[in-house]
Design a protein around this ligand. Structure first.
Ligand code: PGA
Length: 256
């Protein structure tokens, strides 16, 4: 179907500017690990964006981890989409489970953030996923369907086609536990199907859907080899440059 694989690092609240600089310089020495035909991004803290814009290898795009939905105004502590594009950001994570749970972000806020990101020309990376209790109650599919449709509700089909969804089971994040790749594929295919129903077959065929949650260089290929999984959103294992390069190589190895 011609969807390019995508590896996204999510640094969360890690790295000073000096640490970001060291990462970018080391990553530059791993240039050979970035195969053509695949895309790479690092979603860094706001404070590290300007440093990374200059130093990241050109194959690795710059991403952020949050955005506010207003253009500007009295929103102390917030960052607008225009501020992100101004420092070279091309994609932004929206609705990560840590934002949903620790910072009480609602589906409505997430929908507005996705819309603001797209309106500014950013690629939104909309995170969806069930927590452990929802999984145990067998509510996984209904949770991810609701979060997906709500998050993408304000986008046109063409805008959805250019967007990214990340399926991240909350219980798998930072835990060392993962669903089986078949399990992840099953959920991701359901996400693609609900997008087809709501936004049309073209949008569903083009939207990239990632898996995230305890992805490592050792297990990345098992996920990204699945038919509907177009890449990975990686936290812990993306913090080290050698590990990031190994994730890229792992994804490539699996694709061959
Ligand atoms: P993890 O985090 O890879 O450390 O599990 C993934 C994420 O939260 O995006």
């Amino acid at each position: 179907m011609g969807r390019r694989k995508l590896l996204v690092g999510n640094w969360k609240m890690h790295k000073t500017t000096g640490e970001a600089r060291a990462f970018a310089e080391e990553l530059g020495r791993h240039g050979a690990s970035f195969p053509d035909g695949m895309d790479f991004a690092v979603c860094a803290p706001f404070t590290a964006l300007s440093v990374l814009r200059v130093l990241l290898p050109t194959r690795v795009k710059l991403g952020a981890q949050n955005v506010h939905f207003a253009d500007k105004g009295a929103y102390t502590g917030e960052i607008s989409a225009a501020m992100l594009t101004d420092v070279g950001v091309t994609s932004v994570i929206v609705g990560h489970s840590e934002r949903r749970h620790l910072f009480s972000e609602s589906d409505e806020w997430i929908r507005r953030k996705v819309h603001a990101a797209v309106a500014a020309g950013l690629t939104p990376i909309l995170c969806v996923g069930e927590d452990l209790r929802q999984r145990e109650l067998n509510h996984t599919l209904r949770v991810v369907e609701r979060q997906t449709l709500s998050g993408l509700a304000e986008l046109t089909s063409a805008q959805v086609a250019g967007s990214v969804v990340a399926y991240e089971p909350v219980w798998a994040i930072g835990s060392g536990q993962t669903p089986s790749s078949q399990d992840a594929q099953r959920v991701v295919s359901v996400i693609r199907n609900v997008i087809a129903t709501e936004k049309g077959a073209d949008a569903a065929a083009s939207v990239r859907i990632l898996y995230g949650g305890s992805v490592t260089p050792a297990n990345i290929a098992s996920f990204t080899d699945e038919a509907d999984i177009d890449g990975a959103l990686v936290g812990g294992a993306s913090l080290d440059a050698a590990s990031f390069a190994a994730l890229a190589a792992g994804m490539m190895g699996g694709a061959q």
